[in-house]
Design a protein around this ligand. Structure first.
Ligand SMILES: [Mg+2]
Length: 455
């Protein structure tokens, strides 16, 4: 996965070295030599990742990071703090400033590339979510909600056959506010997805199982594919760690485990997991919003037209005939005028319910708009469609409607027109036109009746 990386360092030799190493891995590199320049470029160039030197004259890396995270236009860009000292204090300061991760100079290519790889994977999910946010449904997903979800604790499953290191890692995670379960406590590896596990920490130091095999297994299994896998490995064993990343592991952490490092890696993976959950939910909801009428739960006009097109195509290509029933509530305006618009809504909802309970499973009940309903009846010739329409008309007229939250009962009727496909040259608009003409006839000859243009 390629990415654009902004390298911020006050020393030219460092910038050039990093640029060469990153470009060798086909990353695109942007350079900034001080904090102000970095802030400007971050905003303007929107890099995918920022590698930020801590020690710089003037504005130091912590300050730059704080300002990046405080600005809506740059807050989403992952920041890796580059520190000269392997000092816990520095790391904590960096994470407090909002940085996603850190690297200690001098670092090897493997450490650099695995950091960037992990953050790029994280970023691609986050970017998709932001894009969806920008393209609609904005109000639901405000920054507060995002922030809350970002910082929800993770549920980590620690797979390590060494009781001591396994318990130590679980303690570190718990002290960082996360939920941790070890393989030894759980006694087995089944139902990970059902248990709501976000992150699997797989130790490559275990003798009793092959972590890479497990990694491949979880990544090829539908139910566990979206789990984030963190590999715990020996610093001497980079080649196998690299293999693990190729197999789909999200990140690598070296033993002995440093608490800060572990918590930073887990935090990034937990955010990624939340983003993926949110994306899924929004795809489902987005789909639903685009085809369902919110008041009645029936299909909207857009979906209706799509369905009609596809049923018509099948019918004219020699398939079974398709018919439609168009129904309209009689004197609906006077319901609204007399009892109020809430009562009007109650009537619409109840008509929708009676329609749905009087059609077959394969019929498609739609509310194209207003007080108008349309039922698509696939594989139905005109006479059967008329019988169905008559059944529906009776179902509406037979029982009074309860409105004003049960305080009043009123009589409601519908008029309906039926149209059916007549030949191979028929179009959707021919079909709708027929139903519409029939409906007009029903209205003009007294209402509460079914007419047809089915033959
Ligand atoms: Mg420096």
């Amino acid at each position: 996965m390629s990415a654009r990386i902004l390298v911020v360092d006050d020393i030219e030799a460092n910038r050039r070295l990093l640029k060469a190493r990153l470009e060798a891995q086909y990353y695109t590199v942007l350079l900034a030599e001080n904090g102000m320049q970095a802030l400007g470029m971050a905003k303007e160039e929107q890099p995918d990742i920022i590698l930020l030197d801590v020690m710089m004259p003037g504005m130091d890396g912590y300050e730059v990071c704080k300002r990046l995270k405080a600005d809506n236009q740059t807050a989403h860009i992952p920041v890796v703090m580059v520190t000269a000292l392997n000092d816990t204090e520095d790391r904590i300061r960096g994470l407090d400033a909002g940085a996603e991760d850190f690297l200690t100079k001098p670092f090897e290519d493997f450490a650099l590339m695995s950091r960037i790889g992990a953050l790029t994977r994280y970023n691609s999910v986050a970017a998709e979510l932001r894009q969806r946010q920008a393209s609609g449904l904005k109000d639901e997903l405000n920054e507060n909600l995002l922030q809350r979800i970002r910082d929800k604790p993770a549920r980590v499953f620690v797979v390590d056959d060494n009781p001591r290191s396994s318990a130590r890692i679980a303690d570190m995670l718990r002290s960082g506010g996360h939920n941790a379960v070890t393989l030894i406590e759980a006694g087995g590896l089944s139902n990970l997805a059902e248990q709501g596990v976000d992150i699997l920490l797989l130790s490559m130091l275990s003798d009793r199982f092959d972590a890479l095999k497990l990694c491949a297994h979880f990544k090829s299994n539908e139910a566990t594919r979206s789990l984030s896998i963190l590999l715990l490995c020996d610093p001497e064993d980079q080649q196998r760690a690299g293999k693990g990343l190729e197999l789909g592991a999200s990140d690598v952490i070296f033993s002995p485990v440093d608490r800060q490092e572990l918590l930073a890696r887990v935090r990034t993976q937990a955010r990624r997991a939340r983003y993926i959950d949110m994306l899924r939910e929004r795809v489902d909801r987005g789909l639903e919003l685009s085809i369902i009428d919110q008041l009645t739960g029936l299909y909207n006009r857009r979906f209706m037209m799509n369905q009609l097109e596809s049923f018509m195509r099948r019918a004219v290509m020699g398939g079974a005939p398709v018919s439609v029933m168009m129904a309209d509530i009689d004197h609906f305006k006077s319901v609204n005028d007399t009892y109020g618009h809430d009562a009007g809504d109650e009537v619409l909802v109840e008509v929708a319910r009676r329609l749905k309970s009087n059609v077959r499973a394969l019929d498609v009940v739609c509310r194209p708009g207003g007080e108008e309903f349309l039922v698509i009846m696939p594989e139905t010739p005109g006479d059967l469609a008329c019988a169905a329409a008559e059944r529906i008309r009776q179902a509406v007229a037979a029982q009074p409607f309860s409105v004003n939250k049960g305080e009043r009962e009123i009589s409601i009727t519908v008029s309906a027109g039926v149209g059916t496909i007549l030949g191979p040259d028929d179009t959707v608009s021919d079909l709708i036109k027929r139903a519409d003409v029939a409906l007009y006839q029903a209205k003009s000859s007294g209402r509460n009746r079914v007419e047809n243009q089915a033959a």
